[in-house]
Each structure stands twice: as structure tokens, then as C-alpha cells.
Design a protein around this ligand. Structure first.
Ligand code: PMP
Ligand code: PLP
Length: 486
């Protein structure tokens, strides 16, 4: 009903790779539609009888909205139970008999309904025939998308520094990554347009790229967040050059207020705002502005519930999601049924959409406190003449530029200096002081083109009260490294 009157997505036949278009689909799964026939006895698909699943019930203990900031104890929260025959017994719409067996490769209808409603609430895609199905997380979903849209030898457009796993997924598929220049708001629309407008197939040896991979919010590794205006400009360029935008958004809900020096956000003092107001504070997604149906959005439960759930969802034009599902049939199928039932108990039967939004507000508030803590620690402990940064506005990463040419041991000329050596020296100095950072070069879309050095530090992993100590160790390491480089 929400899509009533909206136009349909464009057709994307010219985007779909040979690999993807030759997927014929699972004959066994297609035959499942006959199971609905009353009285039918199945000797068809090899579904084991649920009598042999060695689980009578699964209990999960979960926190209840909105009391998330109270310490979790054995007494707090609520226990939800999934039994084997809850559907038959009228106790639930989902149970162990269903979740532990084979099903369609789209994921369980019960959870798909939840993520589809959630997507409508948050993004309201402006065309009619969009679909959501479950995935085994964003990394797997992205790799499947690349196979659907790209051919060995193609270029994949990314930010100039990109999530290392994406680069590591693209390389063995034979894809070359082309990094688009960035500023503190992430990918530069002008550079994207410039690269594509000037594309010379003969010179490049490959056709114009088709796929733009981007992490618009709290980008990994730079922490950059694209403003609404930036997203509109990039979407317009995607329209101009017929690009498919794959937005990988694990940090979408970790959007924060601006960093205010001298202020550390406290979860206890967070004012709970009405849900509409909260949703209005989120920068609109590419999906929400996608009148053509050219965006594939990847959402993940990893950073908002738990990475080990291995669950997420993909949203896009029906034509593309259908191809994706044909791939899932021969690879991931669905997230684990155990994972699905636990998520269902939490999201549908405990929180509902309102409780889920409360949870998202709660964790964004927690991450805000962590962001404030790490940026304040940098202000207190890092040498400003060597290290510089922009406070991140989303996600879990803080990106620190290191003025490497001030290093006494190295030549000042980037063309004759091996930056890897400088990086390694800084990395080891930090380890020597007892702090582990990630190096910018690990994320470089085009290897060996660096002229700058960055460190990526996360405020997600360490205990909150150890973050300042870690940054103080990094500060000591930088001071020693840059003073006693001889
Ligand atoms: N391989 C064979 C030979 C099978 O018969 C089956 C199940 N019918 C599978 C693989 C599928 O295994 P899984 O559920 O672990 O993907
Ligand atoms: N995409 C980006 C940009 C990430 O930073 C991460 C996490 O490190 C992932 C995907 C991983 O997502 P998932 O756990 O859903 O595979």
C-alpha cells in the first residue's frame, strides 16, 4: 500500500553480469509452492523431520525498551522462548520447526516483514517495486552484488580509502578499484564526474565503470559522513552516467551530533526524543532519494545488534534482488535459522519498531560518548604539529593524519621516500608503547599511490575508561618517533 501510485524502477538488464543472468534458480525450492496444497504428502525436497532437531526450545534473555542504560543483570530484561511447535499451538508466528529447517533463500517471511516495514519507516523508497531480503551480513552481500554486476577486468569505483575487506573481495574477482578523491564529507562529487566524463575506453582498456561502492555514513576507514547535499550531488552524477550505487551502511544509525570541545556526552542525560524527530536527524539515505531504482542498499545487524548474528538485509529494485536471491540459493541461502529466531524474538516479539528505534537511539548515544572521549583525548595527548583530524560524525572510526615529512629519519620528498617504511616505523613505535592502530595504506583503493600517512583508530573496541590511556600512549609514541628519529 505504501508504494501505491509510485513509479516502477527502471530496467537494468544491461547491468546484469553473465554469471548472474545464467542463474536458473533452484528446482527444489520452486517446488515448495505445492506444499500449500491441502492434504499433500511431501516426498519432494529433502527436508529433515523436525523430530530429529535436538532442540526442544530456545530461551533468549533480552533488554526491554527503554531501560537500556541500566546495567544488565540476571534479573533485568525479559526471557523470550521459542518452542518447536509454537505456530501449530497458536503461540507465535515463527518457531523452531520452521527456523531450523530449509526455507526459501530470501530468509524467513517473518523477519523479512520486519525489515521491510523498518525500511519503509526509515527510508520510504520513492518507487514501487523495491524488495528487501535477508543476507548473511554486508560483506557477503557485497561480494554477491559484485558478482551480479561486474565482470573480470571491470573497474569498481570506491572512495580513495575504502573498507579493506571490500578491496579484498574485489581483487580476486578480477576487479580493479578506482578511488574517488575525498574531503571531510567523503567522496567528492566533482571528482566522480570528472573521472567518468573523461573516461577513455581505449586508454583505460576497459569500459566505463558501472558500479559505485560507497559507505556514506561514518565511512570505514575515514569516519567521513556525506552531507545530504553531497549525496544529492553524487546521486545526480549516478543518473548522468548510469551508475549503480551500492550503499554499504553498517553505521547509518550511529550518526551523532557535532563534537563540542570540552563536552563528553552522557547517556544518562540523553533526552528521549519522539521517533519522528529522531528519524529527521538522520541524513537521508541514497535509497530514500532513489527515483530510478538504481541504488542497492546493504544494511547489517552487525554494528547495531551483534556481528556474530551474521545477518543483514539488502534493499533494491525487484529485478536485481531477484537475481541476488538466485545466487543466495547456491551459496549462503539465509542467515542461520538460530540467528533468525533470536532476532525475531528480539525485534518483533519484544521491541517492535518503536523499541528498535529506542535501541538505535541508545547505541548512538553510547557511541557519541565514545567519540567525544577519543577526540578529547586526542586534543589532550597528541602533538598537534604532527597529528591532525576532523571529529567523526558517525560510526566507530577516527582518522588521524600524520605529517610524516616532519619525521627526522626520512627524506621529505614523497617520490623518493618509501611511505610504507615510515608507516611501519610509526606502527611499531605505537605497539612498543602498548597501543594497536590500523594503518591508512591497508585501505588504499589504488595501492602504492599514497602521498600521505593516516592512522585509523576505533573508539568501539577498547573499554571506555581505557581509551584516553591508549591515545596518551599513541601521543608518547609519536613524540618519541618524531623527536628521536635519528
Ligand atoms: N550437498 C549435498 C550433497 C546435499 O544433499 C545437501 C542438502 N540437500 C547440501 C549439500 C546442502 O547442504 P547445506 O544445507 O549445508 O548447504
Ligand atoms: N561494510 C563496512 C563498511 C564495514 O565497516 C563493515 C565492518 O567492519 C562491514 C561491511 C561488515 O559488515 P558485516 O558484518 O555485515 O559483514
Amino acid at each position: 500500500p505504501a508504494s501505491f501510485g509510485k513509479p516502477k524502477a527502471k530496467r537494468w538488464d544491461h547491468w546484469i553480469s553473465q554469471e548472474s543472468s545464467s542463474r536458473t534458480g533452484s528446482s527444489i525450492k520452486k517446488s515448495a509452492k505445492y506444499l500449500k496444497k491441502p492434504g499433500l504428502i511431501t516426498l519432494g525436497g529433502g527436508l529433515p523431520s523436525c523430530d530429529y532437531f535436538p532442540f526442544e526450545r530456545i530461551d533468549v534473555k533480552v533488554p526491554v525498551a527503554p531501560h537500556f542504560s541500566e546495567p544488565e543483570t540476571l534479573e533485568s530484561g525479559i526471557v523470550r522462548t521459542a518452542g518447536k511447535h509454537d505456530i501449530r499451538n497458536g503461540k507465535s508466528l515463527y518457531d523452531l520447526e520452521v527456523c531450523l529447517n530449509y526455507g526459501q533463500a530470501t530468509g524467513s517471511a517473518q523477519l523479512i516483514r520486519f525489515v521491510t516495514e523498518h525500511t519503509e519507516i526509515v527510508h520510504k523508497p520513492p518507487y514501487a517495486d523495491w524488495w528487501c531480503i535477508l543476507t548473511a551480513g554486508n560483506v557477503s552481500a557485497l561480494e554477491m552484488c559484485l558478482r551480479m554486476l561486474c565482470t573480470r577486468g571491470d573497474y569498481l569505483l570506491t572512495e580513495e580509502y575504502a573498507f579493506a575487506t571490500t578491496l579484498e573481495a574485489a581483487a580476486p574477482l578480477g576487479l580493479r578499484t578506482l578511488g574517488i578523491r575525498m574531503d571531510k564529507e567523503g567522496m567528492l562529487a566533482d571528482d566522480l564526474d570528472h573521472v567518468l566524463t573523461g573516461w577513455d575506453e581505449l586508454e583505460r582498456g576497459r569500459p566505463k565503470p558501472l558500479v559505485l561502492y560507497t559507505v556514506p555514513t561514518g565511512q570505514n576507514p575515514t569516519g567521513a559522513t556525506q552531507s545530504y547535499e553531497r549525496r544529492q550531488a553524487i546521486y545526480a552524477i549516478a543518473e548522468k552516467h548510469d551508475l549503480c550505487i551500492v550503499e554499504d551502511e553498517p553505521y547509518y544509525f550511529l550518526q551523532m551530533e557535532d563534537y563540542a570541545p570540552g563536552r563528553i556526552h552522557s547517556t544518562a542525560e540523553t533526552e528521549r526524543v519522539p521517533h519522528d524527530e529522531y528519524l529527521n536527524t538522520l541524513i537521508p539515505s541514497y535509497l530514500s532519494m532513489d527515483t530510478s531504482g538504481r541504488v542497492i542498499r546493504l544494511d547489517s545487524f552487525s554494528k547495531i545488534i551483534a556481528p556474530g548474528a551474521r545477518a543483514g538485509w539488502i534493499t533494491g529494485a525487484e529485478q536485481l534482488i531477484e537475481r541476488f536471491a538466485r545466487h543466495a540459493e547456491v551459496s549462503t541461502q539465509t542467515p542461520s535459522g538460530i540467528s533468525q529466531i533470536i532476532l525475531y524474538k528480539l525485534l518483533e516479539e519484544t521491541w517492535g519498531h518503536d523499541g528498535f528505534l529506542e535501541w538505535l537511539m541508545y547505541i548512538r548515544s553510547e557511541y557519541t560518548r565514545r567519540r567525544d572521549t577519543i577526540v578529547a583525548a586526542c586534543e589532550s595527548h597528541l602533538p598537534r604539529e604532527i597529528a591532525s583530524w576532523n571529529p567523526p560524525m558517525a560510526g566507530m572510526f577516527h582518522w588521524i593524519n600524520i605529517k610524516w615529512h616532519k619525521h627526522p629519519k626520512f627524506n621529505k620528498d614523497p617520490s623518493t621516500t618509501n611511505l610504507k617504511e615510515v608507516e611501519e616505523s610509526i606502527f611499531q613505535a605505537a605497539i612498543g608503547k602498548g597501543v594497536l592502530c590500523s594503518l591508512g595504506s591497508w585501505f588504499r583503493a589504488q595501492k602504492d599511490t599514497d602521498t600521505e600517512i593516516f592512522l585509523r583508530v576505533t573508539f568501539a573496541a577498547a573499554p571506555l575508561d581505557r581509551i584516553e590511556e591508549a591515545i596518551s600512549r599513541l601521543g608518547e609514541a609519536l613524540r618519541e618517533e618524531f623527536q628521536n628519529g635519528e
